[in-house]
Design a binder for this molecule. Structure first.
Ligand SMILES: Nc1ncnc2c1ncn2[C@@H]1O[C@H](COP(=O)(O)OP(=O)(O)O)[C@@H](O)[C@H]1O
Ligand SMILES: [Mg+2]
Length: 236
C-alpha cells in the first residue's frame, strides 16, 4: 500500500460521525456479560433478551442443545425484536434437548472449551450459558470452565419462588470459587421479598434486578421491566 492510499484510508475512517465513534468507544470499554442460571428453564434466555433490548447489546450462545425445537438465539431475536445480525452463530449446536456432554457424545464429538472463540465484533455481548454452572460439557469440564475461559462478569438468573435460596447460594459459591467477577443475581417470577433479602444476606451478593412474570414477552415489556426493576449501574 502506498503512503498516499494509507493516508486516504485514515481519512475515510476519520469521517465517521462523532456520536457513533463515541458510542463505539464506550462499548469497547464495557465488558461482555455472561448469563448463567441456577437451573435450566429458569429464565436465562428471557434475561438475555431483556439485556439485549434494554442495553442495545449483541447476543451469543456458544453451546446450544435442543436445537431441533427452537434455539435460544431465535428466541432472543423474537423477544428482543432485533435483527438476526445482532446475534452470533453458536460454536457447538446439537439437536437433542439434553446436557451438552451427552449431546456431544451422541454425535461423536468432543466439546473443547479452549477452542471456543468470542465472535469477532466490537459490539458488547450478552453470552448465555447452557444449564447451570456445573452442567458438564465433556468428560472433565463444566460450564464453569467455559465461564473461566471467557472470563467476563457473570450474572445469575434465579427463580424468585421457594427453593431459590439453596440453589442460588450454591451457584454463587461456585462462581466465587472460580474467582470470577460476580455482578449479581436477577430474580425471575412473582416478587418474593423474603427470598430477595435472604439471598443478599446469606450470599453477600446484590440482587441487581427482577423480572416479574410477563404475559407477553416482547421488546417493549422487557425494556420497561429493565427501567422499573433493574439497577442500571450494575451493568456498566
Ligand atoms: N419473566 C417471565 N415471564 C414469563 N415467562 C417467562 C419468564 N421467564 C421465563 N419465562 C418462560 O419460562 C421458560 C424458560 O425460560 P428460558 O428463558 O428459556 O430459560 P433458560 O434459558 O434458563 O432455559 C420459557 O418458556 C420462558 O418464556
Ligand atoms: Mg436458554
Amino acid at each position: 500500500m502506498t503512503a498516499r492510499s494509507s493516508r486516504n484510508k485514515r481519512n475515510t475512517r476519520g469521517h465517521r460521525p462523532r456520536l457513533q465513534e463515541a458510542k463505539n468507544k464506550r462499548e469497547m470499554n464495557m465488558p461482555d456479560l455472561f448469563v448463567t442460571g441456577t437451573d435450566t428453564g429458569i429464565g436465562k434466555t428471557v434475561l438475555s433478551a431483556l439485556l439485549v433490548a434494554a442495553l442495545d447489546l449483541d447476543y451469543w450462545k456458544p453451546i446450544q442443545t435442543g436445537a431441533s425445537e427452537v434455539t435460544d438465539r431465535q428466541t432472543v431475536i423474537m423477544c428482543a425484536g432485533i435483527p438476526a445480525e445482532r446475534t452470533h452463530p453458536e460454536q457447538y449446536i446439537f439437536d437433542p434437548p439434553v446436557s451438552p456432554h451427552l449431546a456431544a457424545e451422541l454425535k461423536g464429538v468432543e466439546i473443547e472449551i479452549e477452542r471456543i472463540r468470542r465472535p469477532l465484533t466490537s459490539r458488547r455481548l450478552v453470552i448465555e450459558g447452557a444449564g447451570g454452572v456445573l452442567t458438564p460439557v465433556s468428560d472433565d469440564e463444566f460450564m464453569l470452565d467455559l465461564m473461566r475461559h471467557i472470563g467476563v462478569p457473570v450474572i445469575v438468573a434465579a427463580r424468585s419462588a421457594l427453593g431459590t435460596i439453596n440453589h442460588t447460594l450454591l451457584t454463587v459459591a461456585a462462581i466465587r470459587n472460580a474467582a470470577l467477577d460476580l455482578r449479581g443475581v436477577v430474580m425471575i417470577g412473582k416478587e418474593n421479598k423474603d427470598n430477595h433479602r435472604s439471598i443478599e444476606r446469606y450470599g453477600r451478593v446484590p440482587v441487581i434486578g427482577s423480572i416479574p412474570w410477563l404475559d407477553n414477552i416482547n421488546r417493549g415489556a422487557l425494556r420497561s421491566a429493565f427501567t422499573q426493576y433493574f439497577d442500571a449501574s450494575a451493568f456498566a
